[in-house]
Design a protein. Structure first.
Length: 292
């Protein structure tokens, strides 16, 4: 929310336009509300992020985390909800379709200047809306507040969750395809899964018969997944369907790692052949040929 900038706005229900300006320190009382035992200074909990001022639970796409007053205006940080609607909102922000922001606030103290500009001296943010339009005269729920903008977007959303076996909560290995579309996940106690990192996060369990699988890799094109287990077997899977395509057997030690060559045409593996973890055998070299 910019300070010392006159913006032409209009409030519901009649949307008669006027000029409004937020003054520095307008939100100080809210930010410094550390006298409330359950809220730290600058805490934005309770401030919900919605879509175009929608007031139903289905319109909520995020929640506030912090508020900070800076010289140029009020800055806030929000977390998008881990929900398909939240994913949709992030995609629309990335694409530029949700460009504007608008604050929902209660004006506690204002004054009207001789030029007709209403100065907001003391106010309290109660909600923030993401809007389709930015830097336009506010004339409805689709229009953002002039000068208010999304300054940065960090994504670290949970794309999928894999449930491991009871009493086997610690993970063993993770590999992600080069295009970021899929992941291979294995865990102590045996078992591995192919996880889609797009959409609903589909999980395909791989039939590894409880063999611990510390070695994971994807082909450079992402179409094949490779696993190496303590039973000494390297397996190739269809990354889209989870179907086993090839099994390489005959090794006495457990597969410790798998890696592709720089040109993507060869996959190498290492086997541990002594239980003291001091001796390793690098005896596997396979040409991986793509067949389109």
């Amino acid at each position: 929310m910019p300070y010392n900038v006159a913006a032409r706005v209009a409030d519901p229900p009649d949307y008669v336009s006027y000029q409004e300006m937020f003054m520095p320190g307008a939100f100080n009382a809210q930010i410094n509300a550390a006298n409330r035992i359950d809220v730290l200074a600058g805490d934005a909990r309770g401030i919900l992020l919605n879509f175009e001022h929608g007031q139903s639970i289905g319109d909520v796409i995020g929640r506030g985390e912090s508020l900070e007053e800076r010289q140029d205006g009020l800055h806030g940080r929000f977390r998008i909800v881990n929900h398909p609607d939240g994913d949709k909102a992030l995609e629309l922000i990335h694409s530029g379709d949700l460009r504007g922001m608008s604050a929902e606030f209660v004006a506690k103290r204002s004054r009207t200047m001789g030029d007709g500009v209403v100065q907001r001296i003391d106010a309290r943010i109660v909600g923030v809306a993401l809007c389709r339009d930015r830097n336009t005269t506010y004339g409805g729920p689709k229009a953002g507040y002039p000068g208010a903008e999304i300054l940065a977007l960090r994504t670290g959303a949970v794309r999928a969750r894999v449930k491991v076996k009871p009493n086997m909560a610690s993970g063993l290995a993770v590999a992600v395809s080069r295009d970021g579309a899929r992941a291979l996940v294995s865990h102590h106690g045996g078992g591995a899964a192919l996880v889609s990192l797009a959409g609903a996060g589909r999980v395909l369990a791989l039939p590894l018969h409880d063999a611990e699988t510390p070695a994971l890799a994807f082909s450079p094109d992402g179409r094949r997944a490779f696993t190496g287990s303590i039973d000494g077997v390297v397996r190739m899977w269809d990354a889209g369907t989870g179907e086993e395509k090839l099994a390489l057997t005959g090794h006495t030690g457990w597969v410790a790692c798998l890696a592709f060559s720089a040109d993507g045409n060869r996959i190498d593996g290492a086997w541990q052949i002594c239980h003291d973890e001091a001796t390793w055998e690098h005896d596997f070299d396979m040409v991986y040929a793509r067949r389109d």
